[in-house]
Design a protein around this ligand. Structure first.
Ligand SMILES: Cc1cc2nc3c(=O)[nH]c(=O)nc-3n(C[C@H](O)[C@H](O)[C@H](O)COP(=O)(O)OP(=O)(O)OC[C@H]3O[C@@H](n4cnc5c(N)ncnc54)[C@H](O)[C@@H]3O)c2cc1C
Length: 508
């Protein structure tokens, strides 16, 4: 047996930042190995509010660099992934005597419209809420509102697609694989991995180590690398999902009495997503769970606006995640910076390590480019930045061409009902065709698990997107979990177990 190869870059963490860095690096010609201890996007990257946004709120904290960079990313990302990212209009109701005066909101929105290279997204406008349909579900006290543009993203799929593209370009992506040790061995790293399913360990060598472990970033430094450090402030944020509160395709931006804001967003066709919260967190990020106080807070805050209040019993699902914010010493969790910071050590005769702290889903591509600048500083230049104009898998159609793409899919697969065709293009874009293969009828899609989920889709997710468990399929690659009964989930579980056994037997 020959010596195992020395990779250029080893990435710890399969969240949006780890996968974005892996994709950028392999596309420039570096050899890349990425390990994720759980599922792709199993950490913070599936628990966001799912906005591709500049962050109107951050203007209050003078975060102009971050807001400008994030605003510019809106159209870049939309063009690269028009299946999973799309523009959304936000309605911001206000009234005299509210949290912020109208002139201040207008000024913020003026900056928002003008500092971020907006070309396709429409500008801000003022609404008369007594006439506009957006006023209908709200209490009649809100007579005016501003309407502005931002973007929506399927966060978990953005991660999977970055991983897919990285793998298509030659990166090794391992999930359910924890990095348990990393030591400098001369000018290389010797990294110990544990396969969490088989419990087998293995050693991999790399010239440079990237720590993109999100909320675990300090933990990795301490436990894996042996450097004690405090860089991130962990801040929990939770969301609730209720049956749809309104039919309008626009989202709401609500200002709360405590100075914070929450969003109410159309979600998965039949639901409304409401969030988020901000509270300091000090336990294991894996154990994060919405608290009773957060549920009460979100219900009360939304009920200040909706004519029909949001009640606990309306909640059909909730989720919670931990923001790994760079600790800038801010007093309140909501004021801590959302910008990212990269820190490097080593170089010369010592193998280099670069850690990423903070950041947003919105800025992952720019964070990755900055990371590549650092990497190239250590390993030498390989290629130019390339990801600004490269579509993600399935996103190779025009930004404004979503409807047309659904139409051509239906023309090529006439048995597909409009709802399923729409859903498949929303998740897989042009790759929906790979998933459907030669199917000519629903029967050709194999077992029907309910909620429009068929065997062909499950197999596609297992074969192409690293899905291994029911959770991966129902709550990250898709949100079919919102539609399946307990019995249907159990049937899917049995099927996936059989599939897994078959694959393991074939591999032996
Ligand atoms: C409530 C909330 C709302 C948000 N809303 C938005 C929003 O609307 N828009 C936006 O742009 N951003 C938003 N964000 C921010 C955004 O979600 C995060 O900045 C981003 O997801 C962080 O990604 P990451 O890759 O750094 O971390 P993660 O996604 O957590 O990835 C890190 C990964 O590292 C893995 N890992 C850790 N240790 C090891 C190890 N030893 N071995 C192997 N793997 C390991 C973990 O399992 C994890 O999957 C929000 C965040 C929260 C919490």
């Amino acid at each position: 047996m020959g010596e195992s190869p020395i990779h250029d870059i080893f990435v710890i963490g399969g969240g949006i930042n780890g996968c974005g860095i892996a994709r950028d690096a392999v596309g420039r010609g570096f050899s890349v190995f990425l390990a994720e201890m759980g599922d792709l996007a199993g950490g913070t990257s599936s628990g966001s509010t799912k906005l591709i946004h500049g962050g109107l709120r951050y203007l209050e904290f003078y975060e102009f660099r971050l807001v400008r960079e994030a605003l510019m990313e809106r159209e870049v990302l939309w063009k690269n992934a028009p299946h999973i990212i799309w523009p959304m209009r936000f309605v911001l109701p206000y009234f005299s005597g509210g949290q912020r005066p109208a002139w201040m909101l207008r000024l913020g929105l003026f900056l928002y419209d003008h500092i971020g290279g907006r070309k396709l997204l429409p500008a801000t406008r003022t609404l008369d809420m007594r006439r506009d349909p957006a006023g209908k579900p709200l209490k009649p006290i809100f007579s005016k509102a501003f309407e502005y543009s931002d973007g929506w993203v399927n966060d978990a799929r953005l991660v999977a697609l970055n991983a897919r593209d990285a793998a298509d370009r030659g990166a090794t992506i391992r999930t359910r694989t924890r990095v348990v040790g990393a030591r400098r061995d001369g000018d290389n790293w010797a990294i110990t991995l544990e396969d969490l399913r088989s419990r087998r360990t293995e050693e991999v060598k790399a010239r440079l180590l990237v720590n993109a472990a999100g909320p675990w970033v300090d933990h990795v430094l301490a436990e894996v690398v042996g450097q004690n450090a405090h860089n991130v402030r962990l801040v929990q944020g939770s969301h609730i999902v209720v049956r749809k509160k309104f039919d309008d395709p626009r989202a709401y931006f609500f200002q709360n009495k405590d100075g914070r804001i929450i969003f109410a967003i159309p979600y998965e066709e039949d639901f409304t997503l409401i969030g988020t919260t901000d509270r300091d967190y000090d336990a294991d990020p894996h154990d994060v769970k919405i608290s009773d106080a957060e549920i009460d807070y979100l219900c009360a805050a939304a009920s200040e606006y909706f004519a029909d209040p949001v009640r606990r019993e309306d909640i059909v699902w909730s989720y919670s995640a931990v923001r790994p914010l760079y600790d800038d010493g801010a007093s309140k969790a909501q004021e801590a910076t959302r910008d990212y910071v990269l820190k490097a050590d080593g170089g010369g005769a010592t193998a280099p390590l670069v850690s990423a702290f903070g950041g947003k889903i919105t800025t992952y591509r720019r964070l990755s480019e900055s990371m590549l600048e650092k990497i190239e500083g250590f390993l030498g230049k390989r290629g130019k930045p390339w990801t600004a104009t490269a579509p993600l898998p399935g996103g190779d159609f025009p930004a404004t061409g979503f409807k047309a793409e659904v139409g051509t899919l239906q023309a090529d697969f006439p048995f597909l009902e409009a709802r399923l065709a729409h859903r498949l293009v929303r998740l897989y874009g042009t790759r929906a065709r790979t998933l459907l293969g030669t199917a000519r009828s629903y029967a050709d899609l194999g077992r029907d698990f309910g909620g429009d989920l068929y065997e062909a889709e499950v197999r596609y997710l297992v074969e192409h997107e690293w899905a291994q468990t029911v959770e991966d399929v129902l709550w990250r690659r898709t949100k079919r979990g919102l539609h399946l009964s307990r019995e249907q989930v159990a049937a899917l579980e049995d099927f996936m177990r059989e599939l897994d056994k078959g694959q393991s037997a074939a591999a032996e």
